[in-house]
Ligand binder design. Structure first.
Ligand code: HEM
Length: 190
């Protein structure tokens, strides 16, 4: 397996973990325990602490995303250097879509940092929540990034039927459904 294939696989894993993370976050913000779906769940499932899994998946995703991009310059055929990771608009391939990946990473980092107990306390609930809302935009950005980036870095057009790109589209559908659910909950509870 080439370094670039490993990077692509890590990107896909990070996307799945982040999708799960956002879905769990939406469950937490919509009183999931009161829904009929949750009440019908097997007792074993209900014993899991959603808040812990939500926090844990954010840390795991952060580490996986970091590995995803930090190894790209190690593959000479990628033509990426470490400088390109910091200045994505100079990247040798699909610079605008690499930029979306970088923005997603920074947004994820911001959300994780602002959720640390001391910082959260200093920010206060409203500001902390505003930072947390960034996650919705992050979801959109990493989906576009993952869908458009060519895993072989040959600037090929998107192959929507490629199994990896099908996985990206599946995550996109889950996120859209979760966002709609969140929106309906908000409008109904007004
Ligand atoms: C939340 C952050 C990110 C997520 C979830 C993510 C996810 C993904 C996904 C799913 C792919 C497509 C893999 C495939 O089709 O096989 C991909 C490709 C790519 N990403 Fe990211 N990415 C993120 C951040 C970044 C960052 C920060 C960079 C660079 C600084 C980056 C650079 C690339 C490049 C160059 C590719 C194409 C080559 C490859 O497949 O590795 N990504 N990413």
């Amino acid at each position: 397996m080439e370094t670039i294939d490993i990077s692509g696989a890590l990107g896909l894993i990070a996307m799945v973990v982040l999708t799960l993370n956002i879905v769990l976050g939406i469950m937490l913000s919509t009183a999931y325990k009161q829904t009929k779906y949750w009440q019908k769940m097997p007792t074993k499932w209900k014993a899991y602490k959603i808040i812990d899994i939500h926090n844990y998946t954010a840390y795991v995703a952060l580490v996986i995303v970091f590995l995803h991009f930090i190894i790209i310059p190690l593959d000479p055929s990628s033509k990426f250097s470490f400088i390109h990771l910091m200045f994505p608009l100079n990247a040798p391939h699909q610079p605008y879509f690499v930029l979306l990946g970088v923005i997603s990473f920074i947004a994820l980092l911001l959300v994780v940092i602002t959720t640390q107990k001391i910082i959260k306390k200093k920010l206060g609930t409203t500001t902390w929540r505003n930072f947390h809302v960034i996650s919705y935009a992050t979801g959109l950005l990493f989906i576009i990034h993952g869908l458009v980036m060519d895993p072989l870095l040959k600037d090929r057009p998107i192959d929507f039927l490629d199994p990896e790109k099908l996985l990206v589209q599946f995550c996109a559908l889950i996120l859209i459904a979760a966002f709609v659910y969140r929106w309906n909950y908000k409008t109904k509870s007004k």
